[in-house]
Design a protein around this ligand. Sequence first.
Ligand code: KIV
Length: 277
Amino acid sequence: MSQARVTIADLRVKKETGRKITMMTAYDYPSARLVDQAGIDTILVGDSLGMVVLGYPSTVPVTMDEMIHHCKAVCRGAGRAFVIGDLPFMSYQVSAEKAVENAGRFVKEAGCDAVKLEGGTEMAPVVKAIVKAGIPVCAHIGLTPQTATMLSGFKVQGKDAEGARDLIRSAKALEEAGAFMIVIECIPDVLGGKITAELAIPTIGIGAGKDCDGQVLVYHDLVGLFDRFTPKFVKRYASLGPLIKAALEEYKLEVESGKFPGPEHVFPMKPEEAEKL
Ligand code: KIV
């Protein structure tokens, strides 16, 4: 029997009772199934797929259609996990109306439970509009990869008191606007703890220290399938890349040498039928 899907209320209870929330990215049906079977609470179909799956240099080129395509596959693979789709760059910045329309596609077409968007206080009206339309929003502050150029690169955010206060203000404004959860990326751990303590909604850290209410990592970083670069906050739990490469090399050798396919992989024909050929 399949387990009931994780709800926003379940996530809130986890924060209130001090139990950590787990989030993992997934971008397709098999990875969604594995994440779900591992009992992870929430799946984020992050626009990081642009880099780790589609080979773009950043998340900026990712389109709505690409996100919807991957979200559909993930939603088919997820059972218990709460699925969050990432609004790509320029799908929510132009106007609140466009943001609501695009957020709606994640829920109606792909079957996601919620959407995520990047940005601080300036995004509060957009969060409000999407939530008013009945779509739960997870906010994302700190290092926001879609606008990394504005931040002068992929750098730790909120390192001085002024920057930190600004992030605390943003977190509160996004909570006030109706966000049900907030991802905090690449900030000092002390600040991660402070924001977490000041909010009623759960915080999910990625490079924001252990005092956040939960943690998220990118699937391909965790299993060792992406080696273009590895941020300091990543912990690699497996190195699948070399294992897969070795399997592919063995397959190539066996095909070339005639070892594969073996007798156990073929479909026999009755000799009397074969004779007629
Ligand atoms: O796109 C993504 O995968 C993300 C996570 C790194 C939080 O935004």
